[in-house]
Design a protein around this ligand. Structure first.
Ligand code: BG6
Length: 512
C-alpha cells in the first residue's frame, strides 16, 4: 500500500449499518483510515439499516464501536465527534418499494454536496439480501458506472451456500453490476501476515527453490478459535465450520501458499495463479473418501479454570440435537507438478484451547543422518508462519549443542512483527476497504474463484448430508478437537502442531 495515495472523493453506503459487522469492524476500520488521513477530501458515510435509529443513536453506537475496536481505542472525544459528522443514517426496508426511492433522494443530496457521484455500496446484510439490493439499486439507476462516476459493490461472505447458490448469486449480481465493479471480500486476505506470504515467497531467493514436492513433506494450516459461536447460533446452524472457515479463509491461505509465482503483481495475474491452484485441488471421491479424510467435531460442555462452558448444543438459537460441526480437519492433495504427492492438512474449530492461525511448512527429513539428536530421532525443518496473534515467522533448524561430541538440538530463528518499532499494522478490513476505495482488486475474490472453492467443498457437504454414519465427534470445549484428527497425518507418530496444551481436562472426545 502506498500510504501517499488518496482515494477519489466518494460516498460509502453501508447496507446493514446497524449490524454487528459495521459496529465491530467496518466503522472502526474507516475511523483508522480517517486518523491516518487516508480518506478522500470529500467523503461521506451513508448507513442504511433495518433498525429504527435516530442519527444521534447511530452515532452513539458507532462511537462505542470505535472506542472498543478501532486501532485508536478511547481516542480524543473531539476527534471522534468530528469523524461522526461524516455519517448519516436511514431506516431501510428492502420490502418497501418507496425506501429505495428515498435512498436515492438522500444520495442525490449528498452527491450535490460532495460534487461527486462515486459510490461504494457495501453489503453487510444477511446473505438473502445480496441479490435483492443490487436489483433495487438498478431499478433506480444507481448501479451503473459512468465516465465521470464509478459505482462499486462490496459483497460480504458467505458468498453462497454451495456451488449452485454461489453460481446463481454471481449470475444475479452480473445482471446489475459488471465483474470489475464487484468486490467479494474475504477478510483473511486483508491480514498483513497473509500478504507477507507473497513477499516471503517472491521476494527472497532462499525459499522458492525449496517450495515444492522435492523438499516439502507436508503443509499444515490451522485457524483455531477459543471463543464459541457466541450470539451467532442461528447463522452458524446454517453454516458450520466447513462453510464458515474452510470454503473461504483456509482455502484462500492454501491458494497463497501453493500458487505459482505470478509474472507481475497486478490483480489478475495474482488471481489467475490462485485459481489455478483451486482447479488442481483433488476432489473428494464419494462418501468413503470423505469419511477417511475429513474429520468433523462439535464442542461439548466442559470446565475451564473452574468455569462451566456450555456445549454447542446448549448455545442460544442452536438445536439441542444439532449435528452441525464446529470443528473440521481435512487432508487433501493438489494435483500439479509442484505439489504432486504432498499432503495438505487444514484444521479449524471453535472452543479450542487458544486463538491461533498459522501455516506450518514441514520440510522433508535430510537423506542421511550423521549426528545424534538430543530429543528427536528425526527432527525436520519447519517454517511456521504465524498469522495471528504474535504475528511473525519461525524457522526451526538443527544446531550443535555446544560441548563435546556432535549432538544436535532443534532451535528457532524467528521474526516477530512486535519487534518492528513504530510500525502500524492495519486491520484486515481497513486494508481491504482502502484497496476498494483505490480500485485495487488484488486482495478480493473473483467470481470464478469462489465458485471453484465451492466445487471442492460440495462433495464433503453432500457426503455429510447423505450419510449420517460418517461420524460427528464431540470434543470437550478447551481441547484441540477430536483426537483422531491426528490419524489424518501420514507418517509414523506424526501429529498436528500443537502451539499449546488442552486447557480443559474433563471429558473425552466421543462419537455423537
Ligand atoms: C469469520 C467467521 O469469517 O471469521 C467467524 O464467520 C470467525 O466465525 C472469524 O470467528 C475469524 O476471523 P479472525 O479474523 O478473528 O480470525
Amino acid at each position: 500500500m502506498n500510504t501517499m495515495d488518496k482515494p477519489e472523493n466518494h460516498i460509502l453506503v453501508i447496507f446493514g449499518a446497524s449490524g454487528d459487522l459495521a459496529y465491530r469492524k467496518l466503522m472502526p476500520s474507516v475511523y483508522n483510515l480517517y486518523k491516518q488521513k487516508l480518506l478522500p477530501e470529500k467523503f461521506q458515510i451513508f448507513g442504511a439499516g433495518r433498525t429504527t435509529l435516530t442519527i444521534e443513536q447511530f452515532k452513539d453506537k458507532i462511537k462505542d464501536g470505535i472506542n472498543k475496536f478501532s486501532n485508536y481505542k478511547n481516542d480524543d472525544d473531539k476527534v471522534i465527534d468530528d469523524f461522526l459528522q461524516l455519517l448519516s443514517y436511514m431506516y431501510f426496508d428492502t420490502d418497501k418499494k418507496e425506501d429505495i426511492v428515498k435512498l436515492k433522494n438522500n444520495l442525490t443530496e449528498i452527491y450535490q454536496k460532495l460534487q461527486t457521484e462515486n459510490t461504494i455500496y457495501y453489503l453487510s446484510t444477511p446473505p438473502s439480501l445480496y441479490s435483492v439490493i443490487p436489483k433495487l439499486l438498478a431499478s433506480v439507476g444507481l448501479n451503473k458506472s459512468t465516465e465521470t462516476a464509478w459505482k462499486k459493490l462490496v459483497v460480504e461472505k458467505p458468498f453462497g451456500y454451495d456451488f449452485n447458490s454461489a453460481h446463481a448469486l454471481n449470475k444475479n449480481l452480473l445482471n446489475f453490476f459488471k465483474e470489475k465493479q464487484i468486490y467479494r471480500i474475504d477478510h483473511y486476505l486483508g491480514k498483513e501476515t497473509v500478504q507477507n506470504i507473497f513477499v516471503t515467497r517472491f521476494s527472497n531467493e532462499i525459499f522458492e527453490p525449496l517450495w515444492n514436492r522435492n523438499y516439502i513433506h507436508r503443509v499444515e494450516i490451522t485457524a483455531a478459535e477459543s471463543i464459541g459461536v457466541e450470539k451467532r447460533g442461528a447463522y452458524y446452524e446454517s453454516s458450520g465450520a466447513l462453510r464458515d472457515m474452510v470454503q473461504n479463509h483456509l482455502l484462500q491461505l492454501t491458494g497463497v501458499i501453493a500458487m505459482e509465482p505470478p509474472s507481475s503483481f497486478d490483480p489478475d495475474s495474482i488471481r489467475d495463479e490462485i485459481i489455478k491452484v483451486f482447479h488442481a485441488l483433488r476432489p473428494f471421491n464419494g462418501e468413503d473418501d470423505v469419511a477417511k479424510n475429513v474429520i468433523r467435531g462439535q464442542y461439548g460442555e466442559a470446565t475451564i479454570n473452574g468455569e462451566k462452558i456450555p456445549g454447542y448444543r446448549q448455545e442460544k438459537s442452536v438445536d439441542p440435537n444439532s449435528r452441525v460441526e464446529t470443528y473440521v480437519a481435512l487432508k487433501f492433495y493438489i494435483d500439479n507438478f509442484r505439489w504432486g504427492g504432498v499432503p495438505f492438512y487444514l484444521r479449524t474449530g471453535k472452543r479450542l484451547p487458544t486463538r491461533v492461525s498459522e501455516v506450518v511448512i514441514h520440510f522433508k527429513p535430510i537423506p542421511h543422518f550423521l549426528f545424534s539428536h538430543k530429543n528427536l530421532k528425526n527432527a525436520c525443518n519447519q517454517l511456521i508462519i504465524r498469522i495471528q496473534p504474535d504475528e511473525g515467522m519461525k524457522l526451526k533448524f538443527d544446531m550443535k549443542i555446544p560441548g563435546q561430541g556432535f549432538v544436535t538440538e532443534q532451535t528457532e530463528m524467528d521474526f516477530n512483527y512486535s519487534t518492528l518499532a513504530n510500525q502500524y499494522i492495519p486491520e484486515a478490513y481497513e486494508r481491504l476497504l482502502y484497496d476498494c476505495m483505490l480500485g485495487d482488486t488484488t486482495l478480493y475474490q473473483r467470481g470464478d474463484r469462489v465458485e471453484t472453492a465451492w466445487k471442492f467443498v460440495d462433495p464433503i457437504l453432500n457426503a455429510w448430508k447423505n450419510n449420517d454414519k460418517i461420524p460427528l465427534y464431540s470434543y470437550p470445549a478447551g481441547t484441540w478437537g477430536p483426537q483422531n484428527a491426528d490419524d489424518l497425518i501420514e507418517g509414523n507418530g506424526l501429529t498436528w502442531r500443537y502451539p499449546c496444551n488442552n486447557i480443559s481436562t474433563d471429558g473425552r472426545f466421543c462419537e455423537l
